[in-house]
Design a protein around this ligand. Structure first.
Ligand SMILES: NC(=O)c1ccc[n+]([C@@H]2O[C@H](COP(=O)([O-])OP(=O)(O)OC[C@H]3O[C@@H](n4cnc5c(N)ncnc54)[C@H](OP(=O)(O)O)[C@@H]3O)[C@@H](O)[C@H]2O)c1
Length: 287
């Protein structure tokens, strides 16, 4: 049976530590969450962020632009709101509807408040292995590997995703010269041919595809480690269930280690984002 790489207790530890730090702060620490258009899973993430941040004492400000909104209106809103002295973070939820120039919108975010690490500046800092903020989900993957002392040094790590929020930044992190780094990274995506040939040779597989039952036991080798970033809602026996990309039950009996969904990468992502928010506050205050 595989080792279960659970993220819950680590997330709780981070939460406790952040709560303690916030107890002594009387100032309001606000941040903007901007959503453009409607998207069911984005709304789930947004609700989680609002709930968790309020519980810890942060003040989230949520703004949902409908798809008729003009790009300039969104950009002006970001530029004006982020000037306010109690705003320490700006999140613009992905995906941004295709009709907009996403890069232009993201570029309007102040790099010092880009707690989601999406601006070209912050992604560029990641290339230099010197980021101001680590992106929350890739950082959650690193946290889990670190916590369970799974080094990636010299290992073949397959990332199944080239998205801007997971695959691309994680590629950069795993290439840095570090114990969680120094990997031989392979990146797969929807145009990759013969994916099974790659999954079979990978020591560690990080999947972030967004398709349930995507990674099956016959695709991987026995000694592999599976990190599942996928969050998918399925209907089973009349109930809504959250599952990852991996066939968890069958992989559990084959691989060396695997993350559960929920309770693996996802629980760490929100708290990592809030850690970035607090870091932004500390920097501004010169702590
Ligand atoms: N755990 C967390 O905290 C967290 C955070 C954010 C997102 N998520 C979840 O992670 C998943 C991905 O989210 P995302 O926003 O990164 O999605 P995304 O932008 O749609 O990226 C999905 C990636 O999977 C690739 N892909 C799709 N079908 C494939 C196939 N058949 N074979 C190989 N690769 C394939 C896509 O390739 P192309 O580039 O070629 O299209 C793309 O690179 C979702 O389930 C989402 O809910 C989890």
């Amino acid at each position: 049976m595989a080792l279960i790489l659970e993220g819950k207790s680590l997330a709780l530890k981070k939460e406790e530590s952040l709560k303690k730090k916030l107890e002594n702060i009387k100032e309001k620490i606000s941040f903007l969450i901007i959503q453009i258009g409607k998207d069911e899973s984005t709304e789930v993430y947004v609700r989680q962020k609002i709930k968790k941040s309020e519980k810890l004492g942060f003040s989230p400000i949520y703004k949902n632009f409908d798809e008729n909104s003009k790009e300039e209106e969104i950009i002006n809103f970001i530029k004006e709101e982020q000037k306010k002295s109690d705003i320490y973070g700006v999140i613009c939820e992905q995906p941004i509807p295709k009709k907009y120039n996403s890069l232009k919108i993201i570029e309007s975010i102040d790099k010092e408040k880009d707690i989601d690490c999406l601006t070209p500046y912050n992604l560029g800092r990641l290339v230099w292995d010197n980021p101001i903020f680590y992106p929350a989900t890739p950082k959650a993957v690193v946290d889990l590997l670190e916590n369970y002392e799974i080094s990636t040094e010299g290992k073949r790590v397959l990332i199944i995703s080239r998205s801007i929020i997971i695959g691309k930044p994680l590629l950069l992190i795993l290439l840095r010269k570090n114990k969680i780094g120094d990997a031989t990274v392979i990146v797969a995506h929807s145009k990759t041919k013969e994916l099974k040939e790659l999954t079979k040779i990978a020591d560690i597989i990080v999947t972030a595809v967004g398709k349930p039952n995507f990674l099956k036991a016959d695709m991987v080798k026995e000694e592999s480690v599976i990190i599942d970033c996928g969050i998918n809602v399925i209907e089973k026996e009349g109930k809504s269930l959250i599952v990852g990309d991996a066939c968890y039950e069958e992989l559990l009996n084959k691989v060396k280690a695997i993350t559960p969904v929920p309770g693996g990468v996802g629980v760490l992502t929100t708290i990592n984002l809030l850690e970035n928010l607090f870091l932004s506050y500390e920097r501004k205050k010169g702590v």
